[in-house]
Design a binder for this molecule. Structure first.
Ligand code: AVI
Length: 314
């Protein structure tokens, strides 16, 4: 069952610059830690994006230039906790738009929780939960003629390397029809005094989130990582706008996976890269869009100019 996870971990730890994919952060414990991260004082991203939806949803809706004659599919990639989405849907309902809300997520559990909380808050809302990989589901609903608005929030695009992020946008644009829209939430480049604490909070929640990856490997792949022998070390390059998180080996050590008799050695201070969190500006997004059939039609910022909601059109 864990074959892909195991292959990825073995491959990552065999590289000369060791890596582990951030997509494996999100087990049950990781999900809970991420919810905590989103309300940390240092983690400005969620607050900034929420402020946009809370105070400027009318503006976003106006800029989307929606077709009011037909039912619109509002498709969210990733279920999230729904707070930002609720602020947006509330305004759409108040303005009498005809729409269905379609959250897509790999986790049925996350979808059920979101669906239940939306139903209690908005009894009239039409929701169609879709469990699966984003592009599999988008392919299935491509033939549906309704105008689509894709919501991809939280600067989740930034967790992909640039090449993967560009591929993602190409695939997304290919899954859409002319006239469909995207609301893309991106964290912006800013001084490291603001970015770094967001990835190294004073309560140590982000550290626990990063280290949970090793706990998960121990639990699911029967490894013997001694967690106390690893530290959490985020870095941010202001010039490129790329933040990276690492786990650092505090001493020379060996970690083995039972049953496979496979061991990996770590030097003192050797790093494992676990996450990329890219920060953007308009030019970087433009360069990514060049490879797609998408154009940016507008952008809406929070009051600190920390975060942008970009409106793209196919
Ligand atoms: C989900 N993603 C956009 C978060 C980020 O900011 O890169 C994940 C995260 N990692 C550490 N803190 C939050």
């Amino acid at each position: 069952m864990n074959t892909k996870f195991k292959t990825d971990v073995f491959e990552g730890l065999s590289k000369s610059l060791k890596t582990l994919s951030s997509k494996y952060f999100y087990d049950e414990i990781g999900d809970k830690l991420f919810v905590k991260i989103m309300s940390l004082p240092e983690y400005y991203l969620t607050r900034a994006e929420y402020e946009i939806f809370d105070t400027k949803s009318e503006d976003i809706i106006e800029k989307l230039k929606l077709n009011t004659l037909d039912t619109i599919d509002i498709i969210e990639l990733g279920a999230g906790d729904g707070k930002k989405t609720k602020a947006f849907l509330k305004v759409l309902l108040a303005e009498n738009y005809k729409f269905r809300y379609v959250p897509i997520d790999i986790s049925q559990h996350a979808l059920n929780a979101l669906g239940a909380s939306l139903k209690t808050e908005f009894s009239d809302l039409e929701i169609e939960i879709k469990q699966g990989e984003y592009f599999g589901v988008l392919e299935d609903i491509k033939t549906n003629k309704a105008q689509k608005v894709i919501m991809f929030l939280g600067s989740n695009l930034g967790n992909l390397d640039d090449e993967a992020a560009q591929d993602f946008l190409v695939k997304l644009s290919n899954a859409l029809r002319v006239g469909d829209k995207i609301i893309l939430g991106l964290d912006l480049m800013k001084p490291k005094e603001i970015v770094l604490p967001a990835y190294n909070d004073s309560q140590g929640v982000t550290k626990a989130f990063n280290l949970n990856l090793l706990h998960r490997i121990n639990r699911e792949l029967h490894a013997d990582f001694d967690i106390s022998n690893f530290g959490h070390a985020p870095e941010y390059d202001e010039k490129t706008g790329i933040a990276r998180s690492f786990l650092v080996s505090k001493k020379e050590q060996k970690v083995c996976f039972n049953g496979d008799h496979t061991c990996f050695t770590f030097l003192k201070d050797e790093k494992i890269q676990t996450e990329t969190s890219r920060k953007y500006n308009d030019a970087i997004l433009q360069s990514f869009l060049q490879h797609t059939n998408l154009v940016q039609t507008s952008k809406i910022s929070d009051s600190n100019n920390y975060f942008n909601s970009y409106i793209l059109e196919r």
